[in-house]
Write a protein that binds this ligand. Sequence first.
Ligand SMILES: CC(C)(COP(=O)(O)OP(=O)(O)OC[C@H]1O[C@@H](n2cnc3c(N)ncnc32)[C@H](O)[C@@H]1OP(=O)(O)O)[C@@H](O)C(=O)NCCC(=O)NCCS
Length: 184
Amino acid sequence: MKLRGILYYSVLTGHTVHEASRIGRRLALACIDALRVAGESAGPADPGRLQFPPRGKPHYPGGPQFSISHSLPLVACAAVSHGDVGLDVECDDAVLRLSLATISDDAERTLAREIGVRHVWMAKEAALKAGGGTIEHIGAVRVFAGGATFRGRCYHECRLTLADDRPAAVMTSEPGVPFEVHRL
Ligand SMILES: CC(C)(COP(=O)(O)OP(=O)(O)OC[C@H]1O[C@@H](n2cnc3c(N)ncnc32)[C@H](O)[C@@H]1OP(=O)(O)O)[C@@H](O)C(=O)NCCC(=O)NCCS
């Protein structure tokens, strides 16, 4: 199967976090279907096979990896044909400066001055999610220009822009994943 990445997102109005979560699952199924068609597997993805372990990385057994993120009004899901993926979108950066200051090293603080606090935070959270960590592990993620390391693995960053110039960070274990972005 060709190396491929897909990101589907929706812009919601008046939805609760619970509804955003449900829509995230629909986007995940759409991503899996898109990659499975490319991989010549038959039939649509079965919603009953999606697994969401408590505080763990969601997955679809036998299917491509995907990662969901919501920050209202955005909900998004990225999936890759090969390797690991983690996604973060952040629409509100009010608390990020303080949070990042407590968990970053000098190099990351320098990078934050160059590319912005929000980008460094999103890169950290995307790598955390690619590696299946929880918020308690975020201090162990090291971000550098174009990527990150976490739990001994190296991730490659892809920065994308969604509706209304809202940024998204995707981390993949494979380098150079070409992402297609579609609003649903
Ligand atoms: C991974 C984690 C950091 C995601 O945090 P979040 O703020 O909820 O961020 P996002 O909206 O980007 O991601 C949520 C989605 O990530 C996925 N997810 C959950 N745990 C995950 C993990 N361990 N690894 C990868 N993905 C995970 C889920 O699909 C979840 O959406 P769902 O519950 O609707 O299915 C989460 O494990 C966590 O610890 N949340 C606590 C909330 C928090 O403190 N967030 C920091 C904000 S400053």
